[in-house]
Design a protein around this ligand. Structure first.
Ligand SMILES: Cc1cc2nc3c(=O)[nH]c(=O)nc-3n(C[C@H](O)[C@H](O)[C@H](O)COP(=O)(O)OP(=O)(O)OC[C@H]3O[C@@H](n4cnc5c(N)ncnc54)[C@H](O)[C@@H]3O)c2cc1C
Length: 395
């Protein structure tokens, strides 16, 4: 089998890249190791930057998002008893974010791909990229006991943090930058109305809290927990009690509790590999970088990579601009590092590091909170990063 761009992974980055390329007349095949149901069962991100929203509209998959997604013009920051509303719209000259779950984005992209007739091969095992430095790269994969070969011009590695793409780059080529945080997030999804109409990010001496949401009737809450905690130790009752204890009384009183639809603990980590290209293989999204979720940047950085690779590939096929291929990694990384910085900064600002910060670092953390939440310039700084920095032009 032949295609122009072989895409490994049918998560949001693989599906979005596939849709944009398909609409531009570029042939793609997506090879995914899981079933569609498994991919849709993963509960992850929920806040979309303006740039991600615009890209989904450009891909023609935004009808349901524009109907059901919730446009948020602000978020609340609660630190040391002080409550500060971050008016995103006013602070950024009109920009907002959209609350619409990653599961829904993925479902819309899957349906659009199915309707377009473009091929996605699910439940493919042992996917392997070959000849990455040669003129004719190809993938092999197994399905139903048979081995198949997919020849292509380029391979997009959209297969997440545990995927095969990054691992298939020879040792010594990639430089890894990593920061591991000494705590995790316990997340709970529940069919209860959100406690607040906007998201609440709260620092508390018992630990960080995020009150997020997926719709007017579905809430997503997160608690900072020690890395050693196991999800079985957290009954629904214990979760709600701890959440109330970390929220101001008036907010805790409004909290509607109910059975958890999902509960899980995720460790927090920052990771970037450089470069994001090896020969004809391009790493996209979580395959190349991970952020702690504090800045709501994971899915948005994946979309940012897709934006750059899509625009470059269109110019390659339409105008013969193969010189642009070498621009993908530096262009994508410039924005990735800013997203990494913001995610690291928000994590530093709002979490309790206990003994992992010395007295000096704790004072710096307090000074940062004092400065960023009281200075107009500090608030603009947080707001412009939260809604998402602009994409650079591909020329
Ligand atoms: C528990 C959790 C919570 C998160 N919460 C947030 C959040 O609140 N906010 C936020 O912004 N971000 C969050 N993120 C991050 C966000 O979900 C990711 O950044 C986003 O999913 C990246 O999309 P992706 O398509 O690059 O990778 P993925 O979504 O990981 O998709 C990769 C796809 O590749 C497939 N694949 C993997 N290996 C192979 C292989 N060898 N062969 C074929 N296919 C393969 C996988 O099955 C998967 O479908 C969270 C992530 C996790 C894990």
């Amino acid at each position: 089998m032949n295609t122009q761009v072989a895409i490994i992974g049918a998560g949001p980055s693989g599906l979005l890249l596939g849709q944009l390329l398909h609409n531009a007349g570029i042939d793609t095949v997506i090879v995914e190791r899981q079933t569609p149901e498994y991919v849709l069962g993963r509960i992850r991100a929920g806040v979309l930057e303006q740039g991600t929203v615009d890209l989904l509209r450009e891909a023609g998959v935004a009808a349901r998002m524009d109907c059901e997604g919730l446009v948020h013009e602000g978020v609340e920051l609660l630190v040391g008893g002080r409550r500060q509303r971050l008016d995103l719209k006013a602070l950024t000259g009109g920009k907002t974010v959209m609350v619409y779950g990653q599961t829904e984005v993925t479902r819309d992209l899957m349906e659009a791909r199915k309707a377009s007739g473009a091929l996605t091969i699910y439940s493919a095992s042992n996917v392997q990229p070959h000849e990455l430095k040669g003129e004719r790269p190809y993938l092999t994969y197994e399905k139903d006991g048979q081995t198949y070969r997919l020849d292509c011009d380029y391979i997009a590695g959209c297969d997440g943090f545990h995927g095969v793409s990054r691992q298939s780059i020879p040792e010594g080529v990639l430089k890894h930058y990593e920061r591991v945080y000494p705590f995790g997030w316990l997340g709970m999804l529940a069919d209860t109305p959100p406690v607040n109409h906007e998201l609440i990010y709260a620092h508390h001496e018992r630990g960080f809290v995020l009150c997020s949401q997926r719709s007017h009737t579905r809430s997503r809450y997160y608690l900072q927990v020690p890395l050693e905690d196991r999800v079985e130790e957290w009954s629904d009752e214990r979760f709600w009690e701890e959440l109330k204890a970390r929220l101001p009384d008036d907010v805790a009183e409004r909290l509607v509790t109910g059975p958890a639809l999902e509960k899980s603990i995720a460790p927090l980590r920052s990771l970037v590999v450089e470069p994001m290209q090896y020969g004809h293989l391009f790493l996209v999204g979580d395959a190349a970088h991970i952020v702690p979720p504090t800045g709501a940047k994971g899915l948005n950085l994946a979309a940012s990579d897709v934006n750059y690779l899509f625009r470059i590939l269109v110019k390659v096929y339409r105008e013969g601009r193969t010189d642009l291929l070498a621009q993908y990694s530096p262009l994508a990384l410039r924005r990735v590092w800013k997203g990494e910085r913001f995610s690291w900064f928000m994590t530093q600002l709002l979490h309790d590091f206990g003994d992992h910060k010395d007295a000096w670092d704790q004072k710096m953390q307090e000074a940062d909170r004092e400065y960023f939440l009281t200075s107009p310039a500090g608030l603009v700084n947080i707001a412009e990063n939260y809604v998402g920095l602009p994409y650079e032009a591909v020329e």
